[in-house]
Design a protein. Structure first.
Length: 594
């Protein structure tokens, strides 16, 4: 939900993003010569992701700023993404009740009550061709990952059922065609992923494009861009520019960074009504030269100021600077602070319960650490008095605290899965990238309270889908608790977030962990309590750093991080680094001696 091109975490304007800048590109696209009809669509995950979304999901007596923006820009339809369910069904329903246009979600079925979205939609328009008017019916199907029901089980369990993406589109698109839709456009809140259809795929755009009843696709979810532009992480798919299986596809990045444009040249056809003569797909990027649409900026000004005011309320204190620039290269103070807050809150809930006698660990992973979101997407909180925007910078998602009882055997596999974020470093003359782009950074769980090494000389045991691909491999070495080796049958309580507790990130081994009943508490609330002293300082904050790389003499790896990390290289303990400069995506490249 990046509407205004403003970084509320740092309280400063941000270039290259925001709907107010994207609106300028939308207006230009609508007014281009030869455009007889323009349809404007949103593909989901619009309600969450910035402090403005956090503030306004609790405001019920004012129009939601996102809906006001959609109304102002005359959107034709809205699809839903998995993060739109992060605040729960009641909050989502309140916002959708204000929607100025139809909301579509074809594979999410509400089990009780009236559904606030439609399964499909037909947009009926009229085009003038050669002086004659012709009706055009555009059918819309919208889908999101079926894993959404798992990730948000605390909101959706027993209330929403989410069906398979490809099977849903196969059925719904055929129905729309049979009912007279001349074109079928799919709003797929899904990435490119595998090339072949598999049950319950999270990223299913490639097999979707192979369906005969689909004419165009708007993709998303993974924060990548398609068609790929210079410097992008290119998807592993054989495709002409903007075309997959002969169908135009756009995936316009994140945070309002790009406008996806699908151009269809269509001609009247006596048999089918219309025929696509030519199709192209392209992205148009926002940058610091793209002006804000002043009318939309003015409309959003009250929400902008309300967000800044709320984000700057006092929230505690930190005696040290906290940043995530090196979270993949060395133990990280941001994760340590989050882990300590989770542990402190969990200890208070465990008092008087049998599990209070078990060792307590806390799992935390980097949430703002570059990657697909770019070199500006890092946490940086100064030492001193903190505000709510700093807390949101430390923990950007509205996740809730959970706790599980897990055995040592489960912990070992948990850490093996987490270690999949790293590439194998096996020597040679070239510089190896440290991070595996196929694995999102937020999948790097660090288990605070343990001590262990990560051996990068062997290939990862798990792939990014949680499948064991190298059964004989183990990257986790010397796993200990309290200076003693962790036994497979040893039991631990682990504090973590609801996303991971529900198996998010394909951590299948957690299915065997026993969930403990905790009162409802957001992790950001626990952080506020911890930073303000309402929760006592937890022993985990003073524990030794949990992990380190196994030494590999003569080997090195390249970490891509923010250029601002240059001011903090001294925070990399006992590691020689070489500054390789900034790459074509704006990341600082540091060569690390292993």
């Amino acid at each position: 939900m990046q509407l205004t091109g403003f970084d509320y975490y740092a309280d400063r304007p941000e270039t290259g993003s925001g709907l107010t800048r994207l609106a300028t590109l939308i207006n230009l696209a609508r007014s281009e010569p030869g455009v007889d009809l323009a349809v404007l669509l949103d593909n989901g995950d619009s309600l969450q992701g910035t402090p403005m979304g956090d503030v306004f999901h609790e405001v019920t007596d004012l129009p939601h700023p996102l809906i006001s923006a959609f109304d102002h820009l005359r959107y034709d339809a809205i699809g839903l993404g998995n993060h739109d369910f992060d605040f729960g069904l009641d909050a989502l329903g309140r916002v959708l009740a204000q929607a100025p246009c139809p909301v579509v979600c074809s594979n999410a079925l509400l089990l009780t009550g009236k559904c606030p979205w439609s399964e499909t939609l037909v947009l009926k328009r009229v085009l003038n061709v050669g002086g004659e008017s012709h009706s055009l019916a555009i059918g819309l199907v919208a889908v999101l990952p079926p894993q959404t029901a798992q990730w948000n089980a605390h909101h959706l369990d027993g209330k929403v059922k989410i069906a398979d993406i490809v099977e849903t589109v196969r059925i719904k698109s055929a129905q729309l065609k049979a009912q007279g839709s001349h074109l079928v456009v799919v709003l797929a809140h899904s990435g490119l992923g595998e090339t072949c259809e598999k049950p319950h795929q999270e990223n299913a755009v490639i097999p979707l494009a192979a369906l005969d009843t689909v004419d165009a696709i708007v993709a998303g979810h993974t924060h990548l861009r398609f068609p790929a532009t210079s410097g992008d992480m290119r998807p592993h798919v054989a495709a002409e520019q903007g075309m997959i299986h002969g169908k135009p596809v756009v995936m316009p990045g994140q945070f309002g960074s790009h406008l996806g444009v699908i151009d269809l040249d269509i001609l009247p056809n006596h048999e089918s009504g219309w025929k696509i003569a030519r199709a192209t797909a392209s992205l148009r990027s926002v940058d610091d030269r793209t002006p804000h649409a002043k009318d939309l900026l003015s409309l959003l000004s009250p929400a902008h100021e309300a967000t800044r005011q709320a984000a700057n309320r006092p929230a505690g204190h930190s005696g040290q600077e906290l940043h995530s620039y090196f979270c993949f290269a060395a133990p990280d103070r941001v994760l340590a602070k989050v882990a300590a807050a989770q542990a402190a809150a969990t200890r208070s809930f465990l008092q008087g319960k049998p599990e209070a006698t078990l060792p307590l660990l806390s799992a935390a992973s980097p949430l703002k650490a570059g990657g697909r979101s770019g070199p500006g997407h890092y946490t940086h909180v100064p030492a001193g008095d903190l505000t709510l925007r700093h807390v949101s910078d430390l923990y950007m998602f509205p996740n809730e605290l959970r706790a599980v009882v897990a055995t040592g055997a489960v912990l070992r596999e948990w850490l093996e899965m987490a270690a999949g974020v790293f590439c194998r470093i096996d020597g040679g003359s070239r510089d190896y990238l440290l991070l595996n782009d196929a694995m999102p950074g937020h999948n790097f769980d660090v288990l605070h309270g343990l001590s262990y090494e990560i051996d990068l000389s062997v290939s990862a045991r798990y792939d990014h889908d949680g499948a064991v691909v190298h059964p004989q491999n183990h990257r986790i070495r010397d796993l200990t608790w309290n200076d003693e080796p962790v036994r497979d049958d040893q039991r631990f309580v682990v504090a973590l977030n609801n996303y991971r507790a529900n198996g998010g990130g394909h951590y299948r081994m957690l299915a065997s962990a026993k969930a403990l009943g905790l009162p409802t508490l957001s992790i950001r609330s626990a952080l506020c309590d911890y930073l303000s002293g309402r929760l006592p300082r937890d022993p985990l904050e003073d524990a030794p750093p949990p992990w380190r790389f196994s030494p590999q003499p003569g080997h090195s790896a390249v970490l891509r991080t923010s250029p601002r990390a240059r001011d903090h290289v001294a925070d990399l303990p006992d590691r020689r680094t070489t500054d390789l400069g900034v790459d074509d995506q704006g990341f600082l490249c540091l060569k690390l001696d292993l």
